[in-house]
Write a protein that binds this ligand. Structure first.
Ligand SMILES: [Zn+2]
Length: 247
């Protein structure tokens, strides 16, 4: 059954790639195309081509199928792990949908620094319903987890805005820490509950701190230090959430 879930995950991964492409283009759905020469990809899965030892564009040779392939394989793995965790249950359906949302957000945040409202708001609504499902879920812990995450990340958001203002810049000019990150953290807190969600978020914040420090150090060495340089904050939060959720 785990293999069946892995295969389902890989196929759904094909859909998640197209949804992510769509959200990044301001739509819902978009075909996969080579970003360099615009040649459309005709098969559903990048894996189909990869299994024949090819990952490059037929026309221009760009290796643009690496990310779609990675998304398909990661979705397969996560679906199999969720099955191992929850077995056949109503909650499994919710868990699979949460995972899909998080995978789409990793892609859109990494590529466009975007946490789409069309994904995150329905996900939060779904989590509010899903955590009430009477299949041994401790819904109070999940509500507390979501509430604490929301409170904590709103504070981060306000502090980030304050620092930008104190440095004499306008927050509209530079987003130190976006509202998308606040919504994402709330969703992770709801899904993982308390204290698990808080642990995952703290580790995610520490990873982001390490990334920010290494970027700053690298830029300092090159003499191009910019304290407001932005980088996607969501992927580390999500990766940490998956590790805590599935381990
Ligand atoms: Zn191409």
């Amino acid at each position: 059954m785990e293999v069946a879930l892995a295969i389902l995950g890989i196929i759904v991964g094909g859909l998640l790639n197209r949804l992510a492409e769509g959200f990044m283009a301001g739509r819902f759905y978009r075909k996969i195309r080579c970003p360099y020469c615009d040649t459309p990809y005709r098969r559903w899965l990048a894996l189909e081509k990869a299994l024949r030892g090819q990952i490059r564009c037929n026309s221009c040779g760009a290796p643009y199928l690496v990310r779609p392939l990675f998304v398909e394989l990661a979705t397969g793995l996560i679906f199999a792990l969720l099955w191992r965790h929850y077995g056949l249950s109503l909650y499994l359906t919710f868990a699979l949908l949460y995972a899909c949302a998080l995978i789409v957000i990793i892609v859109t945040d990494l590529e466009k620094r975007l946490v789409p409202d069309k994904v995150i708001y329905p996900s939060i609504a779904l989590a509010l319903v899903g955590e009430m499902v009477p299949s041994c879920r401790n819904w109070v812990s999940h509500l507390i987890g979501g509430g604490i995450a929301l409170g904590l990340f709103v504070l981060f958001y306000l502090a980030g805005g304050l620092i930008v203002r104190l440095r004499g810049k306008s927050p509209a000019e530079i987003v130190a820490f976006g509202l998308g990150d606040v919504k994402l953290a709330t969703f992770i807190g709801l899904v993982l509950g308390f204290p698990q969600g808080l642990r995952a978020l703290v580790i995610g914040v520490l990873i982001n701190g390490t990334v920010a420090l290494s970027i700053a150090l690298k830029d300092l060495l090159r003499g191009q230090y910019n304290p407001f340089k932005a980088f996607p904050y969501g992927p580390a939060l999500i990766l940490s959430a998956f590790v805590f959720w599935l381990s």
